[in-house]
Design a protein around this ligand. Structure first.
Ligand code: NAI
Ligand code: MG
Length: 363
């Protein structure tokens, strides 16, 4: 049967790196009979230029009907002056909201060939393979009230509100345990129960889901600040880290830098499972942005985009062996000394975006 992938390349280097993911999709179809059918549409600044919105209703319809969405990157200086609700990021936010993408998965994996390019010592990160799970649709980024109030006496008061409800913490906790079950069976939950009511609530809810539904797995708790310290000092002690929207934003960016370049980091955002088909809505994208400083030069690193495709195979289609093959091809390409400029090292062969895609495709 056909598997429908919506490709949203976006702006800047987005189309350049998406073209490399398409090479891999073609190979998977030809050699592994994966049956992917792709459609491509505009998002971000390029969609705004075309139709006045960062994503059109027609494209939203395609996204809602697709089995998975592959997203490049959006934004750039060209659209800096655009109204808030039409700016390129609005396209991504609309997708997250309508697809109810509540779980953001950010793996931090250290490829052996790059272990010396990290800011940390080789033994700290060699073999690192952890997954940060960030709650993406709740918490302080969305809670009401959210306002700046003029107090009238030359003073103002700014308010953001951290809110979590039971169902929100339960579903992200379940996602964490389900992911841990396919890995090393350990979840570390991070919050600030010492100073925040939402932290106490988060801790109690995750603990209950563990006891009632996943007692065979290991659950540990860390205060988010101390957890951040441990993440840098001894990252290999973790398997799956689950945390709220704000702490997850910070901890996943910190974890990203354990392993080196932004051009290497994939991500997945998963939504609710459809009741009829059981399939989760999902969007896969590199962590980096549209890199306007290098766009149009054919030098961007396509690995984050290609590794996002590997996550798509794994989490949307349960194609473990294909996902493993793709990840292994990336690792082998690096092992063979083939590098884009951002990860270039002495004695390696410097290549452009398309050659990097070809090298991975070959392997
Ligand atoms: P950025 O991630 O686009 O770039 C940061 C630095 O990393 C740049 O020097 C860039 O050249 C380099 N870089 C990023 N990806 C690379 C790759 N694949 N290969 C080689 N080098 C790479 O972040 P920046 O510069 O802060 O933002 C640029 C634009 O992207 C802005 O408009 C921003 O709003 C947008 N953005 C979009 C995101 C998305 O679509 N999800 C996420 C982050 C930023
Ligand atoms: Mg961030």
């Amino acid at each position: 049967s056909e598997r429908r992938l919506l490709l949203l390349p976006g702006d800047g280097i987005g189309p350049e790196i998406m073209a490399e993911a398409e090479k891999l999709i073609a190979i998977l179809n030809a050699e592994r009979s994966t049956g992917f059918a792709t459609e491509t549409a505009l998002v971000g600044g390029s969609a705004f230029d075309d139709g006045g919105e960062a994503i059109s209703e027609a494209t939203m319809g395609l996204a809602m009907g697709a089995d998975a969405v592959l997203f490049g990157a959006v934004g750039g200086p060209k659209w800096d002056g655009v109204a808030y609700d039409k700016r390129p990021e609005a396209g991504l936010l609309r997708l997250r909201k309508d697809m109810e993408l509540f779980a953001n998965l950010r793996p931090a994996i250290c490829y052996p060939a790059l272990a010396d390019s990290s800011s940390l010592k080789r033994h700290v990160i060699e073999g690192l393979d952890i997954l940060i799970l960030r709650e993406l649709t709740g918490g302080v980024y969305f809670g009401e009230p959210k306002e700046i109030v003029d107090l009238g006496n030359g003073q103002k008061r700014a308010v953001d509100t951290q809110v979590y409800e039971t169902y929100e913490v339960e579903r992200i906790a379940r996602a964490a345990f389900e992911l841990a079950r396919t890995r090393r069976g350990k979840v570390t939950s991070m919050e600030k129960r010492n100073v925040m009511k939402t932290g106490v609530f988060w801790n109690e809810t995750v603990t209950r889901i563990h006891r009632e539904e996943f007692p065979d797995l290991t659950l540990e708790h860390e205060l988010a600040d101390a957890g951040g310290m441990k993440l840098v000092r001894e990252p290999k002690q973790f398997d799956v880290i689950v945390t709220d929207n704000l702490f997850g934003d910070m901890l996943s960016d910190i974890a990203a830098m354990l392993t080196g370049s932004l051009g290497m980091l994939p991500s997945a955002s998963l939504g609710k499972a459809d009741e009829a088909s059981g399939r989760r809505k999902a969007l896969y994208e590199p962590v980096h942005g549209s890199a306007p400083d290098i766009a149009g030069r054919g030098i961007a690193n396509p690995i984050a985009m290609i590794a996002s495709l590997a996550m798509c195979l794994r989490y949307s289609f349960a194609m473990e062996s294909e996902a493993d093959a793709l990840d292994a091809a990336i690792a082998q390409t690096l092992e063979d000394g083939i590098r884009t400029g951002d990860i270039m090292a002495e004695g390696c062969q410097k290549v452009g975006t398309s050659q990097m895609g070809d090298a991975i495709a070959e392997r």
